[in-house]
Design a protein around this ligand. Sequence first.
Ligand code: ATP
Ligand code: MG
Length: 415
Amino acid sequence: MSRLQPVRGTRDLLPDEARRHRLVEDVAWRVARLYGFGEIATPIFEFTEVFARTLGDTSDIVTKEMYTFNDRGGDSLTLRPENTAGVARAFISNGLQQSLPLKLFYRGPMFRYERPQKGRLRQFHQVGVELLGVEAARADVEVIALAAQVLADLGLGGRVTLELNSLGDAESRAAYRETLVAYLETRHAELSEDSRARLRRNPLRVLDSKDEGDRAVVAEAPLLSDSLNDSSRAFLDDLLNGLETAGVAYVLNPRLVRGLDYYCHTAFEFTSTDLGAQGTVLAGGRYDELITQMGGPPTPGIGWAAGVERLAMLAEGLADADRPVAVIPVGAAAEPEALRTAQRLRGRGVAVDLGYSGNLKKRLKRANAVNAGTAVMLGEDELARGVATLRDLDAGTQTEVALTELDTFLAAGRA
Ligand code: ATP
Ligand code: MG
């Protein structure tokens, strides 16, 4: 029987939770459209190379989190652990460089072999955006403002903080790399096994380590911001000025680095203190080298991804705009009229829950269980008079409405 359990780290989304996920996605998609983004959907699996070549071979994702398998034709495939690499691959495969700048939104499941815990799953869901083809910090401003509005529209404005850092351009990072390696060598004995390996191959990744010993060493490391060259500094100034103009509040965090190798200049995270250890709800950055690295034409990019599970948890109280109307026949003779009424209302776009059986009390209980806002009660006596009784299920008040006016009344949302 244990095989009839969901696989560790995966979950069934039952209607209530599926509804909250959908609300999060819908808000993100609606706001993305306000900023002129279109939707893209790339396949859930790609050739393993798409991820291995781009995420960097020292990243957590590539070293230990990918679901990789050989298909029956012998190709090595990987379930997507994130979607930036897939979007970049799609950009190249479809020859989209003619249509730059491109503004793309995506949503869907991602897969990482991680230790499952609250807010950390093996199949989880993201919404995200990518803006390709704009070198200027204006693009970063817009993409970050979009993220801020998604969170604000989810009612999380006051509960998240935007943390921001600059990773600089390649020259600045090379300079910093030397400074950092020199420092880390002096603390070599205190570093974890993983970080010693990173020290040789990609020392910046040590900054992102979750190991406690490493974190103590990192806390005293020299800052990347002290190694930024003039043009990287100017880029950061443009970004900060733009955010101020757009009214987006931020906190500079000079220790912030992102786990993946392809980032440059802007790195940011929106974090919440309400989720325990899994406090990052949305994260992103600029990736000007990514598409070149994959063999495509030089194309700058900036984007972010947000965890739908974490957002759905935070936005627990999200109201569903679409509460159904419960149509309740009282007595067998009212059944046909109840069905007719339900069909008419549905035809006019009103969501209707039609009780299937039971007395009035049982059906009212059911109406509450499906979160109906209004019950339309149809009794024989009322039908004879051509009226229905409307009960406001929140207030408990009742009114009579003529059957001929019922549709207009409910469709107008006045009930
Ligand atoms: P973390 O530091 O929490 O591992 P990450 O840097 O690996 O995050 P990203 O790759 O930036 O995360 O993914 C963007 C967002 O996707 C995260 O901020 C988080 O909200 C969500 N996310 C990432 N991994 C998971 C997971 N295993 N389960 C649920 N949500 C996740
Ligand atoms: Mg991770």
